[in-house]
Design a protein around this ligand. Structure first.
Ligand code: AMP
Length: 327
């Protein structure tokens, strides 16, 4: 048995040991955070109907509402409970501080490990999504774990969103096999894709603005800043504005692209994407983080945008000088 098989067994034993299991995820949930949380809740409820299993989150994303509802629970539920935190690389990103009230914590994640805050840490940074780690966990114990069609859909949605519809470099043959396993449960993919990718007219108008007005640095960082004022002008909310990050994907020679979005509190969120190049260490220089080709950071001072662009531009220059085959 290799280490991963042993750790999966250990996690299953822990789950069996506890009567109450509470699942947490990171702030500002994306498809992977919510999909893995609701999907694991479904697996545990289907497999262990006598246990109390909850999925916790205090903030939400409108576009993911179709995935299902999280739970509201009292603090006393945490007493003697097992807490499982999903898709959350650092302790400070865990949504709802009450995760500390549980008896033990299991961290399950696919971001590069920088903060092993769990009593058990099951972190696979080469796996494309946390939902795939959960799906692999599910099929590792066919006699003990099961899932409903709804749960399979929740895991599938997290997989689709975190892999950029199976396009990112970290998608392996095994990723597709696991996704195929979920797909065979027979949920309606047309419904999923229309929930995820349909844009309303006002967001498309803002996309037009992004395409007309984005800028590019000397060596190829494409970027645009979407202030609250601009969002108000187009009558879009922060989530709708943030969804436009991929509008800057596929520009020749632009190996890094960054969408800066100001939220209601004035905080500027940088959504950073790249091809060929790795950008998570760059994001960490700005106290952010993430994956090799999809990272993020947050700051409050607008002048940070300039600093960030300057650094990203240097990195592209260096990359282009030392590498071939990029486009
Ligand atoms: P986003 O652009 O928000 O979808 O983020 C892309 C990836 O970067 C996600 O996997 C996030 O977990 C990670 N990320 C985003 N913002 C931050 C941050 N402020 N600190 C650390 N990681 C982040």
């Amino acid at each position: 048995m290799n280490d991963y098989e042993a750790i999966k067994k250990q996690i299953l034993e822990k789950i069996k040991e506890y009567d109450t299991i509470i699942i947490h995820r990171h702030f500002s949930p994306d498809g992977d955070a919510l999909g893995s949380s609701l999907g694991l809740r479904d697996i545990l409820r289907q497999s262990f109907p006598n246990k109390k299993v909850y999925s916790i989150g205090t903030d939400e994303a409108d576009y993911l509402r179709f995935l299902g509802k999280e739970d509201n629970i009292n603090d006393n539920e945490y007493e003697g409970a097992l807490v499982i935190v999903l898709d959350t690389s650092t302790e400070k990103r865990i949504n709802d501080d009450r995760y500390k009230l549980g008896k033990e914590i299991i961290k399950i994640d696919h971001h590069i490990e920088t903060d092993p805050y769990g009593d058990i840490n099951y972190v696979l940074d080469d796996v494309a999504s946390t939902t795939l780690i959960i799906t692999d966990f599910l099929i590792s114990f066919p006699n003990e774990l099961k899932i409903s069609v709804e749960g399979a859909k929740q895991l599938y949605v997290g997989t689709v969103t975190d892999t950029g519809r199976f396009r990112f470099k970290n998608v392996s043959g095994y990723s597709l096999k696991l996704a195929g396993y979920l797909l065979d449960y027979g949920f309606d993919t047309e419904e999923i894709y229309s929930e995820l990718y349909m844009k309303d007219v006002k967001t498309l108008h803002l996309q037009g603005h992004v395409l007309r007005n984005f800028k590019m640095t000397e060596n190829g960082v494409s970027y645009i800043y979407l202030s609250r004022r601009l969002q108000n002008r187009f009558k879009v909310n922060v989530t709708e504005a943030s969804s436009l990050v991929n509008s800057l994907d596929g520009i020749e020679g632009s190996l890094i692209w960054i969408l800066f979005v100001q939220d209601e509190n004035g905080v500027i969120r940088a959504r950073i994407r790249s091809r060929f190049m790795s950008i998570n260490e760059f994001a960490m220089e700005f106290e952010g983080g993430g994956h090799a080709q999809a990272s993020g950071a947050k700051f409050t001072k607008k002048r940070q945008i300039k600093t960030m662009l300057k650094r990203a531009d240097e990195l592209i220059k260096e990359y282009k000088m030392n590498n071939k085959g990029w486009k």
